[in-house]
Design a binder for this molecule. Structure first.
Ligand code: MN
Length: 307
């Protein structure tokens, strides 16, 4: 499961770099064309089988429709001056991915930044949550909404659903939702999505989604003699910095973001492009090998001379 997310991240890195370049070249792409291109990048990754659900690719106001499904005949162009929400995932032989990122290609408005930052604060709060064993997911749901609630905003969907490993992308029994009827405790090894959002009708949609795996956390105390649990991230794709209003983030949240981005860089940059890079990668290893031989010969020479 961990590994398929890194291959997925490599495909997403290629995709986002491609999309940004096309839009800055003023190429007009529809929401469906963009989703098709993402599928093309993903399908080159090893173990790829299929998408894990229909891609939600929404520019501007379409992003505010939570289960929007763009159709080739009727969908919109991905506009440079609007927020673009992309929720997609894949099935690999070794796991299932589900990720949402929201980006802007030019300058976001103060309103968009304010809302995006509040969604991000909720995302970080879930990611960093530590809770006693036997806690049902609904207990955590308010953590994700707290920053939005403070300005009278909210979203009309759950914060997280269970995810199967090379199985259903929506797979219970666990969830993180305001629907407090689900009393299933979050248990070690369970996978859940962390996807708070905010949707402004006829304007824009925002969602930031990573998959998390429940793990035991080493707390300084163990009140009640029980285990305390938290989350490990599975998804490694950058979060667009220009959408963040830094004045709304705490020092800990900024550190979280910087740490996450260094992890993305460390984990994803070393993954060779399956189509172009194997030769580069071999060349790179060969160069390092040659450098080592040269260094060895030089140091031998220096030792011999110094005698
Ligand atoms: Mn999801």
């Amino acid at each position: 499961m961990r590994n398929c997310h890194l291959r997925d991240a490599a495909a997403l890195a290629q995709f986002w770099a491609w999309l940004e370049e096309e839009i800055h070249k003023d190429v007009k792409l529809t929401e469906v064309e963009v989703a098709d291109k993402l599928l093309e990048f993903r399908s080159k990754q090893s173990g790829f089988m299929d998408t894990s659900f229909d891609t939600i690719s929404g520019s501007g106001a379409n992003g505010a429709i939570i289960h929007y499904k763009p159709e080739p005949e009727s969908c919109s162009i991905v506009e440079a001056n609007k927020l673009f929400l992309l929720d997609s995932g894949a099935q690999y032989v070794d796991g299932t991915t589900d990720i949402t990122r929201t980006v802007h290609f030019t300058e976001p408005t103060a309103r968009e930044k304010d809302c995006f930052t509040r969604v991000l604060k909720g995302h970080i709060a879930i990611d960093q949550a530590v809770f006693p064993e036997n806690t049902p997911g609904f207990v955590l749901d308010a953590f994700a909404r707290s920053s939005l609630w403070k300005t009278g905003l909210d979203y009309r969907h759950g914060t997280g659903h269970g995810v199967g490993a090379a199985l259903n992308v929506h797979e219970g029994p666990q969830s993180i939702s305001f629907r407090y009827g689900n009393l299933t405790p979050l248990q070690k090894g369970m996978i859940v999505s962390n996807e708070p959002g905010y949707y402004e009708d006829h304007a824009f949609g925002i969602r930031i989604e990573n998959l998390l795996s429940v793990k035991e956390v080493d707390t300084p105390n163990r009140f009640g003699g029980i285990e305390y649990l938290g989350f490990e991230k599975l998804t490694f794709t950058p979060i667009q910095a220009k959408l963040i209003d830094l004045t709304l983030l705490s020092a800990e949240e900024i550190t979280w973001l910087n740490d996450y981005h260094s992890q993305v860089w460390e984990k994803v940059r070393i993954r060779p492009d399956p189509i172009i890079n194997p030769s580069f990668f071999v060349l790179y290893l060969l160069l390092i090998h040659i450098c080592n031989i040269v260094l060895f010969l030089l140091s031998t020479l220096i030792i011999l001379i110094s005698r």
